[in-house]
Ligand binder design. Structure first.
Ligand code: SF4
Length: 260
């Protein structure tokens, strides 16, 4: 992950924060006369509260940026980090539309930032509590074996698609593995398996929403490759998935100490 890739999300976040502040100021300016009719000091109180909130978000963004760019664990917990990103994400997307910046580029940058934060947090995860969450489009479209709905063991391992390799990877490391056909199913799998961390493979859109939906659970995103266009016979770099699993495992190596 290059520095430039992560930098885009932070530049957009700073711009998004500015946009948010301008919109808040505009709203405050327009409703101030009305607020004054309730209590003369009310516009001032709301103005100061909005200013303090903006400063807190700006400091939070700065700490998130330092953590993601240096790989150092900052004072922020996963919950505060996720709150800062949750607040800033909608204005970031709004700004990218205004400026005509490709949304997938911004989302790739966000995924890179998220992964850097997961790495910086150095969460120690027991191997069998890592969930490897895959999209259905990794399976060869003409494969007759149903692998969704907890039936991934139906894969015959013929090697025509990357599912065989991912299944082997999961079995070798004793990981929970699931193939989801959409966000609703993915959320249900997460609820059932209660993982401590997730390695998720998907496209920019699904990874972005999945990461944000799962906060504060650490989700390391690996982008799929789409040589045949979106949602059809996609694939993924097995080495990248393996590296993500190893990074999340205790001491940088996937281990299982037998704890429940
Ligand atoms: S590797 Fe498994 S899922 Fe892929 S085509 Fe072969 S049997 Fe089907």
């Amino acid at each position: 992950m290059s520095l430039g890739e992560k930098r885009l999300f932070f530049l957009m976040s700073a711009g998004g924060l500015l946009l948010l502040a301008v919109l808040a100021w505009l709203a405050w300016y327009l409703i101030s006369p009305r607020l004054e009719t309730f209590y003369p000091g009310l516009p001032g109180i709301i103005g100061v509260a909005a200013l303090i909130a903006s400063i807190v978000i700006a400091v939070g963004l700065l700490l998130v940026a330092v953590s993601a760019l240096t790989g150092r664990r900052m004072l922020l917990g996963q919950r505060i980090t996720s709150t800062v990103i949750r607040i800033l994400f909608p204005p970031v997307l709004m700004l990218s539309s205004i400026l005509g910046i490709d949304r997938d580029r911004v989302k790739r940058s966000f995924i890179a930032v998220n992964n850097a934060l997961v790495e910086a947090a150095r969460t120690e995860v027991r191997a069998h509590r890592i969930l490897l969450l895959l999209p259905h489009c990794l399976q060869a479209t003409d494969c007759p074996h149903k692998i969704t709905g907890g039936l991934i063991e139906n894969c015959r391992g013929c090697g025509r698609c990357v599912i065989a390799g991912l299944l082997q990877l999961a079995n070798e490391n004793d990981l929970a593995l699931a193939v989801a056909t959409g966000g609703t199913l993915a959320r249900r799998v997460i609820k059932e398996k209660k993982p401590e961390a997730i390695v998720a493979v998907a496209c920019e859109m699904d990874l972005t929403s999945g990461i944000r939906d799962s906060y504060p659970l650490p989700v390391y995103g690996v982008l799929n490759e789409r040589p045949n266009g979106p949602c059809r016979d996609t694939t993924v770099d097995l080495a990248a998935v393996r590296a993500a699993i190893a990074m999340l495992g205790e001491g940088g190596e996937v281990v299982d100490d037998g704890r429940p």
